[in-house]
Design a protein around this ligand. Structure first.
Ligand code: EPZ
Length: 431
């Protein structure tokens, strides 16, 4: 078990470089299953979710290795020419939500698949019914039994697919399933996140024929095969947003580099209400706190380009130190509130009722021993620890490592006082 030990009260200042997007790299790694060739993904952070997807590719018969490149992170070389297997067992699938993204590409390439139910952050039920529905709409036989999804795409067909909800993962599964084959597939009501566009660009770099990602209709014209390519995923808008919120909470002057500002418009508009100073330049955003923060008012999460659900928890930390009342409403995941219980231990003033959080800002919050409930809930506790009086121990930080690489190094380089400590025994003494 590992924990973060954070000493609060230090102001952040300096430069931080944002890594490529976890939520682009995960579907792109699944997309490599379709490629009969070698793919070089540049500058790949060792997010633990990426490492889990690498294990799945190797289980299927792919060869994967890191090699030094010219970027801060290594390049990842993936050779899936010899993929022979069609199954993803529970012990691999249950580690990440993105294991379900392998269903479409395995069916697309091998025509049969057996994939165990996915894992992922405990933020709601997270069913896979939309994934299953889209495959059936395209002629696949799908059986959902004993915690596995069995697919048979021998009688697949072209045509239209309608998603009942613009699910990010289901959109990505539909795109990857349709890439190899004959005829045209049109996806109606797709997700429009930037990571969907990134997946389209990656697959097209391998010879796919996809258009419309980012709009309300994606069109895929089937091709015979995909070849290898060299590709770099887009900057992680959620990591960028996390550091923007950190800068607003603590920053003397935090310079966030390698950002795509248009991907963070919803957050920027909320931060501009808090009286922090924001300067947006090309691929750089500079944030400084600038005195007493004012409440941003209300945040309700929505699908892109609405306010991202993945920044909901960090906004709760920010709201806890802004003057006045803030409303935070989570509309995408029914139980993405576990971080609130941990923030209460730090003397935050938060009430939650029927999915609405009312947060009253405080002059001071106090360090405590807290536990990461999930990836973004964990990083929200790090942000709170940075401003709390005294020190904060954050347990279960392996959940944070799913989507932030070397977080403590980046915060330390900005002047934060945060250390990764090993806990010999299980932190939970109750069991
Ligand atoms: C992706 O998850 C991201 N993960 C999540 O990021 C992100 O929060 C989410 O999209 C929404 O933006 C990755 O890309 C690996 P969804 P995904 O399918 O695809 C319901 C993070 O912190 N739904 O768009 O699982 C679902 O329960 C993670 O980086 C169904 O009901 O999200 C949820 O309520 C957390 N049936 C809503 O749709 C389905 O078949 C949105 O889920 C699929 C989804």
């Amino acid at each position: 078990m590992e924990s973060f030990f954070v000493v609060g009260g230090r102001s952040l200042r300096g430069e931080v470089e944002i890594d490529p997007a976890k939520n682009s790299l995960l579907p792109i790694l699944a997309g490599c299953i379709l490629v009969k060739g070698e793919v070089c993904l540049e500058n790949v952070p060792k997010y633990s979710d990426v490492m889990a997807m690498i294990k799945i590719l190797e289980h299927l018969g792919g060869k994967v290795k890191f090699e030094r490149g010219k970027f801060s992170n290594d390049n990842l070389i993936i050779d899936t020419r010899d993929i022979v297997y069609c199954d993803v067992p529970n012990e691999l699938a249950s580690c990440v939500r993105s294991s379900i993204f392998t269903l479409g590409p395995i069916l697309g390439r091998k025509k049969i698949a057996k994939v165990a139910y996915p894992g992922g952050c405990d933020i709601g039920l997270r069913p896979v019914d939309i994934h299953i529905s889209l495959l059936k709409q395209l002629g696949c036989k799908v059986i959902d039994k004993n915690g596995y999804i069995y697919g048979d795409a021998s009688k697949r067909r072209e045509g239209d697919v309608m998603l009942s909800f613009p699910s990010v993962g289901a959109t990505e599964n539909a795109m990857m399933f349709a890439v190899l084959g004959h005829g045209q597939v049109r996806i109606f009501n797709p997700a429009r996140e930037p990571e969907i566009v990134d997946l389209q660009n990656f697959l097209n770099s391998c010879g796919a024929k996809i258009s419309g990602a980012g709009s309300n209709l994606i069109v895929i014209d089937g091709v015979k095969r995909l070849h290898g390519c060299r590709y770099r995923a887009i900057s992680d808008r959620i990591e960028a947003g996390t550091f923007m919120i950190a800068g607003a909470m603590t920053g003397e002057k935090v310079v966030i580099k390698n950002v795509i500002p248009e991907h963070n418009q919803a957050l920027l508009s909320k931060l501009s209400k808090t009286a922090c100073k924001i300067d947006v330049r090309d691929d750089t955003i500079i944030v400084e706190r600038g005195g007493r923060l004012q409440s941003f008012g209300e945040v309700e999460t929505a699908v892109y380009p609405g306010f991202p659900t993945d920044l909901q928890a960090p906004m709760c930390s920010l709201a806890s130190i802004c003057e006045g009342y803030s409303l935070v409403i989570e509309s995408l995941f029914e139980s993405r509130y576990k971080h609130i219980g941990e923030l209460l231990k730090m003397n935050c003033d938060i009430r939650c009722k029927n999915g609405v959080c009312i947060i009253k800002g405080r002059d001071k919050i106090y360090g405590a021993e807290v536990s990461s409930p999930d990836l973004r809930g964990g990083v929200c506790l790090v942000l709170a620890g940075l401003v709390a009086e005294g020190y904060t121990t954050i347990n279960n930080i392996e959940l944070i490592d799913r989507g932030y690489f070397r977080l403590e190094d980046k915060l330390t380089s900005l002047g934060g006082d945060i250390k990764r400590i090993k806990c010999e025994k299980k932190v939970d003494n109750c069991s």
